[in-house]
Ligand binder design. Structure first.
Ligand code: HEC
Length: 206
């Protein structure tokens, strides 16, 4: 038993010195960090964190996004369509929102904010900016009067020709509300208050 113990001690001594040798011959010395505050800035960096953040809950510099957050540009009903495919969008996308007074009224409000400057309150292309900008089509004339909902949605999202994209200004739900209102204008029913439109029994064309 004693012999066995001795052997054990010797064996571990050999192993230990071996480990020491390995340790000594290790040339990958991480060294000392010189002037660490040059690398680790005092302001709170969102993507690097050395110490626990004492101010934010969870101790993290960068907070978790709020529930339901969607990265900019990542949300959309038509992410698979490229920006030249308004015609395809016109065939494939339908307005997912219910056609009702509330949606139409919000659509009108958003339209007034984001589109009327060029397209005019009546959708005739005669907004204050539109008359200077030139080439803003009337919604109720020719080809544009026939554009389906998905096409309009796509134009809002990605722009078209001289019209810049508005996808970063209005989220997908807002875009569909605007589409609903633009379709109203296509039929030449511009200034009608949404409440009146139900009285005329107007329904979306798609
Ligand atoms: C800065 C002026 C401007 C603003 C703001 C603007 N548009 Fe336009 N829009 C244009 C011009 C110019 C065209 C014609 C583009 C072309 O064919 O070159 C156009 C074309 C369109 C068309 C017809 C697309 C087609 O296929 O011919 C639709 C639909 C449309 N706009 C909807 C909107 C909506 C909805 C908004 C608001 C979210 C909006 N526009 C905001 C200038 C504007």
């Amino acid at each position: 038993m004693k012999g066995l113990l001795n052997l054990g001690i010797k064996a571990s001594a050999v192993l230990f010195s071996g480990a020491m040798l390995v340790a000594c011959s290790n040339e990958q010395d991480p060294g000392l960090e010189f002037a660490p505050d040059m690398y680790h800035s005092i302001p709170l960096d969102p993507y690097s964190q050395i110490k626990e953040n004492l101010y934010n809950p969870g101790g993290m510099n960068m907070r978790e996004p709020a529930a339901g957050s969607v990265a900019r540009g990542k949300m959309g009903y038509n992410m698979y369509l490229s920006k030249d495919e308004a015609e395809v969008a016109g065939v494939e996308l339908k307005n997912p929102l219910e056609y009702n007074d509330e949606n139409l009224a919000e659509g009108q409000l958003l339209y007034t904010r984001f589109c009327a400057s060029c397209h005019g309150d009546q959708g005739d292309g005669q907004g204050l900016v539109g008359v200077k900008f030139k080439g803003v089509p009337s919604y109720s004339a020719g080809r544009v009067a026939e554009l389906p909902a998905g096409h309009i949605y796509h134009v809002i999202t990605n722009g078209r020709g001289r019209m810049m994209p508005h996808g970063s200004q209005v989220n997908p739900t807002e875009r569909w509300k605007i589409v609903m209102y633009v379709q109203q204008l296509q039929g030449g029913e511009a200034p009608a208050a949404p409440a009146d439109t139900t009285a005329t029994g107007t329904t979306p064309t798609n």
